[in-house]
Design a protein around this ligand. Structure first.
Ligand SMILES: [Mn+2]
Length: 605
């Protein structure tokens, strides 16, 4: 399906004047992101570590921290309970590493996706109780676990919830509830994810300098990963939040956790504006020199070469997170967590290779389910929602498949695994079509469902599939508009020949890290001549170009690209939609275009 190119309107001169500290291109990018005055632009661009909020702005933080220190001092058993996705697994690792640093042994519990499902379940709680655990800390789950909170109360366990999911229904009577979505809480930032909240708890625990140094008396303090701004000078210092004192975090140890925080934050697809932006920015720096042997082994196994290229949000979201997720999708997320907290290099290497194998299997499975699903699509491709079900389509990959098909067909997609009586699976949407509302409209034919506007999970009876589909299509008929089914390629500005320099690349890079709410800018470069091209990569699916504009030659690469399909050939003049890349060779950097789309020149509307 071809896309409609849309170049964003230029920044109006009166707004441009307000942003005078920046280049014209950066002004336009800020305007496109709705930062239209110096204050909001400055706030966005300023990612000083000190701008992180104090963990003690969570109303229950102090209470949780006090209880945890009491538990540590009394040698009470502590268990960390988290789910099986990358956010939860990194959150679990953040707390495990913090306790390890303090020389405290803890246990962890992750439910099995296939036999236990999502969230806190009572059978698991019973097992944990029987081990003599006195404190359970949940990560990335637990907010709606009223029965678990009650179970803990009745069994002499203090239940500390750290989570970021919406509170639906009554608030559980937990010992402490640390959740930015809790409206009773004053925490000023709501987009922080499970691992971010776990990190806040870690900071809270580490902020008691006296207790921390008491635990570490025989061992050296951690070295600060950010040598240039050592935190262990001048303790305590004032924090920017409402004059609160933010205590020092024991030699900057908490900064070593930031790579884990960045991975979970990007994996959970939350906004990268505000506090998440700071966490991810510093997390990427820390990742380049990670302290965690298991994470290092994972990157080695995935062939991430940190000496060749700094990691970016792509590395987090498309290389590291899928591997961590693969464990829970196909086997058990414990495999991923074990790797992240491994301390022996040889064992880490072995575990990383195992995870690599699981991920490979995950890729193959996804590909085979996609091809089976596509055969079904052939029969229903005119429908406004594609609902598909198949035998042996594993629960762990149906969400990935739905996402890929939604992107390819640019339609909402539901993919279900069919078992004897039920089908269970995932829904993904495109554009602003609300898939959760569509399922609600058909809910008379569902067993259960839940989720968000963009993505949902559901179970229906096999025999109800057709009735369910009819209702879905009824909703789609009324709600999918011509406008909403158009696939739009948004371009942030037109670049001229003079703009095609490493300097332009560097200006754009000042907005990194890119992700949700701050997506990597794509540009229009019009009237480029195709000087030469050749197919590269496996099966020649990618095309490498030499392009020219006003006498200046620029190399370009287009992934999964077909000249034939685009009806273009060498010598043609084309418009190019692209991102900018910077290639480093022998200390010299060269600008390169990552070509997203191409079309015959002079077509701009
Ligand atoms: Mn999460």
């Amino acid at each position: 399906m071809s896309k409609i190119w849309q170049v964003k309107p230029p920044i109006p001169p009166e707004l441009s004047a307000r942003l005078n500290d920046h280049s014209n291109l950066v002004k336009q990018l800020l305007y496109n992101r709705r930062f239209i005055d110096a204050a909001s632009a400055g706030q966005f661009l300023n990612t000083a570590y000190e701008n992180l909020h104090s963990p003690f702005l969570f109303q229950d933080m102090q209470k949780a921290v006090d209880r945890i220190w009491q538990g540590i001092n009394n040698r009470e058993k502590i268990c960390i309970y988290g789910d099986y996705d990358a956010d939860a697994v990194t959150a679990n690792a953040v707390l495990q590493q913090t306790f390890k640093y303090l020389g405290v042994e803890t246990s962890s519990y992750i439910p099995d996706r296939f036999t236990e499902g999502y969230g806190v379940n009572l059978e698991a709680m019973e097992k944990i109780r029987d081990q003599g655990v006195k404190i359970i800390i949940t990560v990335d789950c637990g907010t709606n676990s009223c029965d678990a909170a009650e179970f803990c109360k009745n069994n002499g366990i203090d239940f500390i919830i750290t989570d970021h999911h919406e509170i639906i229904g009554p608030t559980p009577e937990a010992y402490a509830l640390i959740n930015p979505k809790n409206s009773a809480d004053k925490y000023p930032y709501h987009e922080i994810v499970g691992v971010g909240v776990a990190f806040k708890l870690a900071c809270g625990i580490l902020s008691d300098y006296k207790k921390v140094s008491g635990r570490l008396s025989s061992r050296p303090l951690s070295r600060d990963p950010d040598e240039s701004s050592k935190l262990d000078s001048g303790y305590p210092r004032k924090h920017s939040d409402s004059g609160m004192t933010q205590k020092e975090y024991a030699g900057g140890f908490e900064k070593w956790l930031l790579d884990l925080v960045a991975i979970g934050t990007v994996a959970d697809c939350h906004s990268l504006i505000g506090e998440n932006r700071i966490l991810v920015k510093f997390g990427l720096k820390v990742l380049a020199k990670t302290k965690w042997i298991g994470l290092k082994a994972l990157m080695d196994a995935a062939k991430i070469d940190l000496s060749a290229k700094q990691p970016d949000t792509y590395t987090l979201g498309f290389i590291i997170a899928p591997r961590l997720n693969a464990a829970g999708r196909l086997e058990h997320a414990g495999v991923a967590l074990d790797l992240l907290i491994e301390t022996d290099a040889a064992a880490a290497k072995e575990k990383a290779l195992r995870l690599e194998q699981i991920n490979l299997r995950r890729q193959q499975l996804t590909a085979s389910v996609i091809s089976e699903a596509k055969e079904q699509v052939l029969r229903i491709q005119d429908r406004k929602i594609l609902a598909l079900m198949g035998d042996n389509w594993p629960k762990g990959v149906v969400g990935l498949v739905a996402g890929r098909l939604a992107e390819e067909y640019y339609k909402p997609v539901i993919v279900l695994e069919k078992t004897e009586e039920f089908c269970t699976g995932s829904a993904r949407t495109v554009g602003d079509f609300n898939i959760l509302e569509a399922i609600k409209h058909a809910s008379a034919h569902t067993v259960k469902f839940g989720g968000h506007k963009q993505a949902a999970g559901l179970t229906i009876k096999v025999e109800e599939f057709e009735n369910f589909y009819v209702k879905l299509l009824e909703y789609a008929e009324a709600n999918v508009t011509e406008e909403s089914s158009k696939k739009i390629l948004e371009l942030e500005a037109e670049l001229l020949a003079a703009d095609l320099t490493p300097n332009t690349y560097n200006q754009i890079a000042s907005l990194e890290p890119f992700g949700v709410d701050n997506i990597k800018p794509k540009f229009l470069v019009s009237d480029m001549q195709i000087v030469s091209c050749r197919s590269v990569g496996q099966e020649g699916k990618h095309v490498q170009f030499q392009l020219a504009k006003e006498g200046r030659q620029i190399p370009g690469i287009a992934f999964n690209f077909s000249m034939l399909e685009k009806n273009i050939k060498v010598g043609d003049t084309v418009d190019v939609a692209c991102e900018l890349l910077l290639d480093g060779w022998n200390g010299r950097s060269q600008l390169k275009l990552r070509i997203i789309d191409m079309r015959a020149g002079a077509q701009l509307t």
